[in-house]
Design a protein around this ligand. Structure first.
Ligand SMILES: Nc1ncnc2c1ncn2[C@@H]1O[C@H](COP(=O)(O)OP(=O)(O)OP(=O)(O)O)[C@@H](O)[C@H]1O
Ligand SMILES: [Mg+2]
Length: 319
């Protein structure tokens, strides 16, 4: 499969007083057309920063140190500003955690969708086209939805509209950052269902950032596990869930509330915390929290050698 989106040796840092916080460190990933890639890892490990870099929408203060993000072979981080704007929404589209922030509260849904696509292609901005897309994402009575304001919709409906907006331009890549986190469980299930339908009807690539392992298991073909700005393990979801090789992946899976034995009465946690990303350790970043760490783990971890579609960033993980 040829990669539609390819992240190569990407590093991103945030400027801080007296230094820089290294949020994404030497990450390489790729996603093919028709494929769904999940990105998981605990809070602060760099998932959103990586997702934002994939659409070249990094916040002010973020700086790409090295690496490339190639969309169909073109490095989008190095395009002139006008070309970057044209690409956003058209070739790569993003769905955010809180669907409310994606909308202007004083404009109707129809007006906002029309403005959004009209910037690229006025033909698409016609009400019939917009209503057809809303129907596709499961909005009942799509025509009347076009005349409503964002606050008149439930959170789940708003997220559907945000997904419809992202799909209108038929992007090559759809990136969703925690698309279900702000929703209650019923709505979450509905949005998962919608993404599952999209797997068959959308012919681009999908990247889903989530801390919810159930979302990964239900939707993704492959998963990248991040820790302290790095991808520490990557491979097919089945392989990683059934046979995790990195000690961090094992620990993360063991903490999933869905798999914990209720009779134990408590949820396991991973002791310790993320290292200080303004001065990441020379060796393995997980070493201080790792149960199987050895002295050699304080040495730099050898560069990943992917085999059989699987990579593990660990001195000992493949033992
Ligand atoms: N705009 C910013 N300015 C400065 N530092 C930032 C900014 N955004 C994120 N960071 C820092 O970069 C690191 C990675 O943050 P990021 O938001 O990418 O993590 P995340 O994995 O998405 O976390 P979460 O699961 O909480 O959303 C964190 O240490 C965070 O504090
Ligand atoms: Mg995030």
């Amino acid at each position: 499969m040829t990669a539609v989106l390819e992240v190569q040796n990407l590093s991103v840092a945030y400027r801080m007083q007296g230094g820089a916080l290294q949020a994404v460190r030497d990450v390489s990933l790729s996603v093919a057309r028709g494929e769904v890639l999940g990105i998981m890892g605990e809070s602060g490990c760099g998932k959103s920063t990586l997702a934002a870099a994939m659409i070249n929408l990094l916040p002010a203060g973020a700086r790409v140190g090295q690496g490339a993000v190639r969309l169909n072979g073109t490095d989008i981080l190095r395009l002139p500003p006008a070309a970057q704007r044209a690409l956003r929404g058209k070739s790569v589209a993003m769905v955010f955690q809180d669907p409310m922030t994606a909308f202007n509260p004083v404009l109707t849904i129809g007006r906002q969708l029309a403005d959004f696509v009209g910037a690229h292609d006025t033909g698409l901005a016609q009400p019939e086209r917009l209503a057809a897309m809303l129907t596709r994402v499961g909005i009942p009575d799509a025509r009347s939805c076009l005349g409503r304001y964002p606050h008149e919709l439930s959170g789940g409906m708003r997220q559907r509209v945000a997904i419809a907006a992202a799909l209108l331009m038929q992007p090559d890549v759809l990136i969703a950052d925690e698309p279900t986190t702000a929703l209650d469980v019923t709505m979450e299930a509905q949005i998962i269902h919608l993404f599952r339908d999209l797997r068959t009807s959308f012919d681009g690539a999908i990247v889903i950032v989530t801390h919810h392992l159930g979302v990964i298991a239900e939707l993704c073909d492959r998963v990248a596990v991040m820790y302290a700005g790095q991808v520490v393990e990557e491979g097919a979801v089945d392989a990683i869930f059934h046979d995790p090789q990195h000690p961090y992946t094992r620990a993360l899976l063991a903490c999933d509330p869905a798999v914990v034995d209720p009779s134990s009465g408590r949820l396991p946690t991973i002791g310790g915390r993320l290292p200080d990303l303004s001065a990441p350790p020379r060796g393995c970043a997980f070493e201080p929290r790792c149960r199987v760490a050895a002295v050699s783990c304080r040495e730099p971890v050898p560069r990943q050698r992917p085999s059989a579609g699987r990579s593990v960033l660990c001195h000992r993980g493949a033992e």
